[in-house]
Design a protein around this ligand. Structure first.
Ligand SMILES: [Zn+2]
Length: 433
């Protein structure tokens, strides 16, 4: 099948007049201000998690512009286009949070920490929005703390319910929060990696306010925009991620709802995230004040900071493309390790160069037999590494590099090599173990 990018070797290159015009006419998701500044144009992209079966590969895919813009009024980095949530989190949504061992360990520690910090017990209620397959709530349940999960994607919800985690299969809105909070208000609401996905962020926050008990706490994890920029993680920009938060931008949004940032922890997950403790108490830990000051010094509130990131992304994409071209010209066989959502973006940014990748392998069996959208690369189980012995594996979930290199040390010891694409292309072989 024809790849969608026939006349372009690398995406991201220019800011067109049309992109600049659209940005200037658009309203900010955070403050409503009209007139956003264009940062990076990815071009038309397929849904990053829209893995296709063989039949779907026969019909043209739906491509949506992916355009990154910045609001100079409230300092929120965001994408212009909002895809229908149903398209993103419907039956095709296959991401199971419980897939990664390091992630589960992070979750177990998180649940233990929350339990002691907020003195949770059998009379408490912990609600998680976007609870997926119950990856986190299971650790509260193990401690006999009542839990409720809410998640829009049917497949992970089925797994959660089968595991005995009470879960509502729906989108979290103010309307749903009103229905649910007639019973019991939550002592803790957790929303890990969901705020960035929400189209109507103010409706979502109003829902949290409705459902949270008066002295309750809301714990949010969001990828940190400073890590995105400093780590050149441009492949973590995709349709699902509508907003990219700095502490400065988060404070702007929360203030509108009389919520306060009480405390912040820096996490290593998703290439660098913030865990933010929010409540109605106007009490700010010193680290929040420090982070706000640091952000100001780094220029996180300025457009130039994001423009530098954009030129970095262009340069790294050209380097990865050049490396793949070079290896292919030496008849080296290249496959992809980990059909991560971010990988869909990276491969599509590579344009024609992605044709040098023969196939992908992934640990998630739900993805086997499917294809990576936009570039039509088939996904197999990791057993395929032993069968086909590719010379190079391009590691798309680069955030899990230590864990994956450890899991695949046999491949490395037998002469295979990994290409780590970001923040700068790097080749790892057996001698690096
Ligand atoms: Zn704004």
């Amino acid at each position: 099948m024809q790849k969608k990018l026939s006349d372009n070797d690398v995406m991201l290159e220019t800011i067109t007049t049309e992109f600049a015009r659209k940005s200037s006419l658009s309203h900010c998701r955070g403050c409503g201000n009209k007139g956003l500044a264009p940062v990076l144009d990815y071009g038309p992209m397929p849904p990053s998690d829209g893995f296709q079966d063989a039949q779907q590969c026969e019909i043209p895919e739906s491509l949506t512009p992916l355009e990154l813009v910045f609001c100079e009024a409230c300092n929120l980095l965001q994408v212009l286009e909002t895809m229908e949530p149903q398209q993103l989190f419907g039956n095709d949504y296959l991401y199971l949070s419980s897939c990664s061992d390091s992630w589960l360990e992070h979750c177990r520690k998180n649940a233990t920490e929350i339990t002691s910090r907020f003195d949770l017990d059998a009379d408490s209620l912990v609600v998680e929005v976007a609870s997926n397959d119950g990856y986190l709530l299971q650790y509260f349940k193990q401690q006999s703390i009542p839990v409720l999960g809410i998640d829009p994607a049917p497949a992970p919800v089925r797994c959660a319910v089968e595991a005995g985690i009470e879960t509502i299969n729906d989108f979290f809105t103010l309307k749903l929060a009103r229905e649910l909070s007639t019973h019991k208000k939550a002592d803790v609401i957790i929303s890990n990696n969901v705020l960035a996905h929400v189209a109507d962020i103010h409706d979502f926050i109003s829902g949290v306010r409705e459902m949270l008990s008066e002295d309750g706490s809301w714990i949010i994890e969001v990828p940190y925009v400073k890590n995105l920029v400093d780590g050149c993680a441009f492949d973590t920009v995709y349709h699902e991620h509508l907003c990219y938060f700095s502490v400065t931008a988060l404070q702007h949004i929360m203030t509108r709802h009389q919520f306060y940032l009480n405390d912040i922890k820096m996490l290593q997950t998703h290439g660098g995230s913030l865990r933010v403790y929010v409540s109605s108490r106007n009490k700010q830990a010193q680290n929040v004040t420090d982070l706000l000051r640091e952000e100001k010094l780094s220029g996180v509130h300025r457009l130039e900071y994001y423009q530098d990131f954009a030129s970095n992304a262009r340069s790294v994409t050209r380097q990865i493309g050049g490396l793949l071209e070079n290896l292919a010209s030496q008849d080296q066989r290249i496959a992809v390790y980990g059909a991560a959502a971010k990988g869909t973006i990276l491969l599509n940014c590579l344009g024609q160069t992605a044709r040098h990748v023969a196939y992908a392998v992934d640990r998630n069996s739900l993805k086997h037999g499917k294809w990576i959208p936009g570039v039509d690369i088939p996904i197999f189980s990791t057993d395929e590494i032993n069968h086909q012995k590719p010379d190079y594996l391009l590691l798309l979930p680069w955030n899990l590099r230590s864990e994956i290199l450890l899991q695949e040390q046999d491949y490395l010891r037998s002469g295979g090599k990994f290409i780590i694409p970001l923040p700068r292309p790097e080749i790892i072989s057996g001698k690096d173990l």
